[in-house]
Write a protein that binds this ligand. Structure first.
Ligand code: MEV
Length: 317
């Protein structure tokens, strides 16, 4: 999830995403033939299983919702890069995905799945990639699937764990205090590519949107100072402003605004939408149970949970 800087990071501004203890688990087994079978029970609402040949241009999807097709796009591209890394273009693979994070909810689930899928598939094919290499390949996958619009933030963060700072191709891990986050989820999903394209169009048409993207970059730099100093009051203030700037870019939603306000009224130091927006999740910085309780009483909120920072990134289990 993003503490600061989503969307603006696509235009080279810095961002600070943090990994939380919700994981995507991908199991990969090599097959005797050259086909691929992908099974994902909880990544989308209905879950799906798809089997297809290596040469099929578009896999036949039983439940062809846009979300399932998006999920297949990510998994297919992840398997292709894993085969490429292992120099095994014809390797058939059985892929099973279990995810504690629904796709398209703003918690970086696509990045978590792509990172875990590349790691598991390359290991199965006998290649041991460094986490940084997994991150770089996962970034290329997201970029391809999201029509050229992606930053390294989600994928680097998923691969490395903890809090990270990403500015263009400069990615590094950050030392951070263990901050008390609460996440509110409205139960809906979005298409990251469409939301990113919407911001691009706005930024090209309006100077204010161009300036808003730059302002988010300035805010992220201030946020890094606050993080270093452990100044939670300032972090909260900046999260609130970041939410306002994202709303100005058109990526908030009524449910997200309602959850942000509920968390603040429940005592959160600050709250903002996280990820691409349009629906999905908010993150609040909140000691005690007030914000979580307030969220659970908010009709727009489907689920709320405390989110612990995950210090470990991708791992083999
Ligand atoms: C989506 O999780 C975050 C965005 O900044 C897109 C990206 O960085 O790839 C909206």
């Amino acid at each position: 999830m993003y503490l600061f800087g989503e969307h603006a990071v696509v235009y080279g501004e810095p961002a600070v995403p943090c990994a939380i203890e919700r994981r995507a688990t991908v199991t990969v087994g090599e097959r005797a033939d050259d086909r691929q079978r992908v099974s994902a029970a909880d990544l989308t609402l209905d879950g799906f299983t798809v089997e297809y040949g290596a040469d099929d241009a578009t896999p036949d999807v039983d439940v062809p919702t846009p979300l399932v097709e998006a999920a297949m796009g990510y998994v297919d591209a992840a398997m292709a890069t894993a085969r490429d890394a292992a120099d095994r273009p014809d390797a058939g693979l059985d892929v099973t995905i279990e995810s504690e994070i629904p796709l398209g909810a703003g918690l970086g689930s696509s990045a978590a799945v792509v990172v875990a899928a590349i790691d598991a598939a390359t290991r199965e094919l006998g290649v041991d990639l460094a986490s940084e290499d997994v991150a770089e390949r996962a970034y290329a996958v997201e970029k391809e699937v999201q029509s050229g619009e992606a930053s390294r933030a989600d994928t680097f963060c998923s691969a490395m764990g903890g809090a990270v700072r990403v500015e263009g191709s400069d990615c590094r891990t950050l030392a951070t205090p263990d901050l008390p986050f609460v996440v509110g989820y409205d139960g809906t999903s979005h298409d990251t590519g469409e939301l990113v394209a919407g911001v691009r169009a706005l930024r090209e048409e309006y100077d204010f949107a161009y300036d808003t993207v730059e302002s988010i970059g300035d805010l992220v730099r201030r946020g890094e100072d606050a993080l270093r100093e452990g100044d939670t009051a300032e972090l909260g203030r900046l999260m609130d402003v970041n939410h306002g700037l994202l709303a100005a870019l058109g990526v908030s939603a009524r449910s997200l605004d309602e959850m942000v306000w509920a968390a603040r009224e429940g005592g959160a130091t600050g709250a903002k939408l996280t990820g691409a927006g349009g629906g999905g999740c908010i993150v609040a910085l909140a000691d005690g149970d007030g914000a979580k309780t307030a969220l659970s009483l908010t009709p727009a909120c489907d689920e709320s949970f405390r989110a612990k920072l995950a210090t470990e990134g991708v791992r083999a289990e």
